[in-house]
Each structure stands twice: as structure tokens, then as C-alpha cells.
Design a protein around this ligand. Structure first.
Ligand SMILES: [Zn+2]
Length: 126
């Protein structure tokens, strides 16, 4: 094992507080949120169980980066919205598209800074 990798090799969490693995060396039962999502899962109630640490010079700020890991066996299926939830969402977006000035659904979400549809805003300005 190289020195760089040994630096982040801490499966017992003695050094870092939680089990820590170098890039590409985490055991297969520990997954990131994104990996869980790819299997239709979410972390559920469990907190972060372990982490991957690596040094990176990308994204502007060089330094140690972390990816948090969760147990697959404690993961829960992703929630799919119920018809009632979808209806509530549709209602909420409809409200955001309805202009208080001309009382019509203008087909786009009203710009917050105007508070009305573009036509009404232009009418007020003119
Ligand atoms: Zn309007």
C-alpha cells in the first residue's frame, strides 16, 4: 500500500472518528447516497457510517475531500410520491403560475421580483 493510501486507511475509525477508506478501497456493503439511489434506495434513518477520503486539487480548492458512506442493509426504498402528494404539487405550481393582476394561468412561474405576469408588469411600467 502506498503512503498516500495508508494515510486514509482507517477501517476502525481510530484516527478519523468513523471508519475511513482511501479512494476505491471501501468495502462493497458501504455505498454513497448516489450509489444507493442508483439501486432505488435511500439512507433511511441511519447517519453517516463511514467515509472515503482523498486528496484533490480539483474544484478550485485543493485539499482533502470526503464522500460519506451508508450501509446497504439499513437502506430503505426510495419514496415515490402518492397521487395526493402529486396533486398538491400540481396545485402549488398552478398557484405560482397564476397572475394576481389578470387572474390567468400564464403558463410560466411568475418572476418573484415582479409578482405579476410579464404583460401586467409591462402595463404597470408603461
Ligand atoms: Zn397578469
Amino acid at each position: 500500500m502506498s503512503r498516500i493510501r495508508a494515510r486514509f486507511w482507517d477501517p476502525t475509525g481510530q484516527r478519523y472518528g468513523i471508519p475511513t477508506y482511501p479512494w476505491r478501497m471501501a468495502p462493497p456493503h458501504l455505498l454513497t447516497k448516489r450509489q444507493l439511489a442508483a439501486e432505488g434506495l435511500r439512507p433511511g434513518g441511519q447517519g453517516v457510517q463511514a467515509q472515503i477520503l482523498w486528496s484533490s486539487t480539483r474544484h478550485g480548492a485543493p485539499g482533502v475531500r470526503a464522500a460519506y458512506l451508508y450501509y446497504r442493509r439499513f437502506a430503505l426504498p426510495k419514496r415515490t410520491p402518492s397521487p395526493a402528494q402529486l396533486a398538491a404539487l400540481a396545485k402549488a405550481t398552478a398557484a405560482r403560475r397564476t397572475c394576481p393582476g389578470c387572474r390567468t394561468d400564464v403558463g410560466y412561474v411568475l418572476p418573484r421580483h415582479l409578482g405579476t405576469c410579464l404583460d401586467c408588469a409591462r402595463g404597470v411600467a408603461a
